[in-house]
Design a protein around this ligand. Structure first.
Ligand SMILES: Cc1cc2nc3c(=O)[nH]c(=O)nc-3n(C[C@H](O)[C@H](O)[C@H](O)COP(=O)(O)OP(=O)(O)OC[C@H]3O[C@@H](n4cnc5c(N)ncnc54)[C@H](O)[C@@H]3O)c2cc1C
Length: 308
């Protein structure tokens, strides 16, 4: 039998040809492998195991942006306006997160959080925050006096503080990686180095009406797309036919690390009372994944005063 006619050779040819021309097809493609994309892909596949689901990420690994560079806090839901979805999800999310960490053996620390009023002028805002936290159902939230502040954080001084004992810290990058691993275990497919640059209709395939292209012109056909692009959400929204607005406006943030010999001075998260004029600015030390203590002196923008 000649080589050309051998079945084995034909199979090699078929596979080579198939490998070059075959376009992957999915019921759902989730774009963006941060914590939101990974958690969504995982949850959808867990609820609908018969679906063919893929997760596409532009970097060569998952959680390389916000989800791998945040402060590592497990928030308790103190700040959000009562009755809003954010308030509800934050309070529920805290419980669900701790349950997941326990099941999955993910290390975390319930180090608590103090929001400290350093003078009398901040007490009204602190009381308002307490009322919000109670209305939101933040567990075991307490208003504490000077002595209790010192008991919780011996090197912290203030006139009064809010104490949230269930606030904690975790490595959210590792949590995202666990979600991705669960997704793979449930039968999901992942693509890294897949930078989506175009989302279009598939004129040639009505069963899979959406074509998603990467920068290297790889193509995935899919029935549905879920975009979870973090700070690139606006660009992805536009690719799906959405409007240019709203746009993501970036701010530069900076932090300092407390030197190891002074780490004993901070036990948990210490926050200032938020200033309503600058809602997302503040100095606060917090634990980073049990290892380092970060000081977030401020978020810098070129010119906050003129609103840019
Ligand atoms: C400084 C800072 C501190 C924070 N601290 C906390 C905290 O302590 N606790 C807390 O709960 N939250 C915190 N947050 C918020 C939290 O980190 C974010 O809400 C969360 O990480 C958002 O996840 P994401 O998946 O939406 O975004 P990201 O983690 O940014 O993920 C988006 C992903 O989409 C990918 N992507 C984008 N465009 C494309 C494309 N075209 N093709 C393919 N992939 C694409 C990106 O590469 C990225 O991996 C903090 C945020 C910041 C910025």
């Amino acid at each position: 039998m000649s080589l050309l006619r051998s079945r084995h050779y034909q199979e090699i040819l078929r596979r080579l040809y198939h490998g070059q021309t075959c376009v992957e097809k999915y019921d759902l493609l989730v774009i963006g492998g941060g914590i939101v994309g990974a958690a969504s892909a995982r949850e959808i596949l867990q609820r609908h195991p018969n679906l063919k689901v893929a997760l596409a990420e532009k970097e060569n690994a998952f959680a390389q942006h916000q989800s791998g560079h945040n402060s590592g806090v497990i928030h308790a839901g103190i700040y959000y306006k009562p009755g809003t979805l954010k308030a509800k999800l934050c309070v529920e999310g805290l419980k669900m997160s701790y349950n997941y960490f326990d099941q999955r053996g993910i290390p975390y620390k319930k180090c608590g959080k103090l929001i400290v009023a350093t003078d009398e002028s901040q007490l009204k805002s602190l009381n308002d925050l307490y009322d919000r936290g109670i209305a939101n159902g933040v567990p075991d939230l307490q208003m504490v006096e000077r002595d209790k502040i010192q008991e919780i954080e011996p090197y912290c001084q203030g006139v009064k503080a809010l104490w949230s004992p269930h606030t904690g810290i975790v490595d959210w990058q590792y949590v995202t990686e666990c979600y991705v691993q669960d997704f793979i275990n449930f039968g999901g497919t992942t693509f890294t180095n897949f930078n989506v640059v175009k989302i279009d209709e598939s004129p040639d395939n009505s069963e899979y009406p959406i074509s998603v292209y990467s920068r290297s012109m790889k193509r995935i056909l899919t029935k549905y797309v879920l975009t979870c692009g973090g700070l690139h959400s606006d660009k992805l929204a536009e690719m799906t036919g959405g409007s240019k607005s709203p746009r993501i406006v970036p701010f530069r943030g900076e932090y300092l690390l407390l030197c190891p010999e002074k780490r004993y001075m901070v036990r948990g998260n210490i926050y200032p009372v938020p200033d309503p004029r600058l809602p997302f600015l503040g100095n606060f030390p917090l634990f980073k994944y049990l290892l380092k203590i970060k000081f977030l002196p401020e978020f810098l923008s070129n010119d906050l005063s003129n609103g840019q």
